[in-house]
Design a protein around this ligand. Structure first.
Ligand SMILES: O=C(O)CCC(=O)C(=O)O
Ligand SMILES: [Mn+2]
Length: 211
């Protein structure tokens, strides 16, 4: 990020965690209300409930998802065929890029229908994302708690970060290397939450890389 961007976007907070690089914008201006965006994306996205294999057993993921972007992607053993960008998604992507100074070529949308939906602890460290992935995560709808747990330093407590609607969390640097993150079920019933994680798939051309 260069200096003019930093001055222009001085509204983020840096979250001080060892071995991590996390920036949080609490309220991003998306040019329209968060509620209307939530409604549009909920209604127009071609939601899937993907399967996951855990210790050889097939389960349905406890949430819905959709993958849009320039390239297909493998995620926890699932091959996600990408759908084309829509004008709405391109608009949010442009906003996330302007704020973070990063370029993204894909987005994974996660739809947590209610308090029973969740995402297990994981790190986004697939090879396709490169060595130090930058992932910008926009939240809409119900507030849910984002958990972060260091992979090896057991003395570090689990960090709980409440992500309000309209917030943008940028995970970059070594964050995926040293930390796992996830969203637990909630005990108290709650409404839907939509999360968009913008990513960059880096595809290596072996011939070029080996030069
Ligand atoms: O819903 C969230 O905030 C987390 C999403 C996430 O970690 C992912 O899509 O990999
Ligand atoms: Mn993730």
């Amino acid at each position: 990020m260069n200096l003019p961007d930093l001055l222009f976007n001085a509204d983020f907070e840096r979250l001080e965690l060892p071995d991590a690089d996390l920036l949080l914008w609490r309220q991003v201006d998306l040019g329209r209300s968060y509620d209307s965006l939530l409604q549009e994306l909920t209604d127009t996205t071609d939601w899937r409930q993907e399967e996951i294999t855990v210790y050889g057993k097939l389960y349905l993921q406890p949430r819905l998802s959709a993958w849009h972007g320039d390239l297909s992607y493998s995620y926890s053993g699932i091959r996600l065929e990408s759908k084309p960008w829509t004008p709405t998604l391109l608009g949010i992507k442009a906003r996330a890029e302007a704020l973070t100074g990063k370029i993204f070529n894909s987005v994974l949308l996660n739809y947590y229908r209610d308090h029973n939906d969740s995402m297990g602890m994981h790190s986004d460290d697939e090879r396709e994302l490169g060595r130090q992935p930058a992932i910008a995560s926009l939240s809409l709808g119900e507030e849910r708690t984002f958990l972060l747990k260091h992979k090896t330093r057991k003395e570090l407590k689990t960090v709980k970060l409440v992500l309000p609607p309209g917030s943008l969390l940028l995970m970059q640097g070594d964050t995926q290397r040293y930390w796992r993150h996830g969203i637990n079920k909630e005990r108290k019933p709650c409404g839907p939450r939509l999360n968009l994680t913008f990513r960059t798939i880096v595809t290596f051309n072996r011939g070029q890389r080996d030069k």
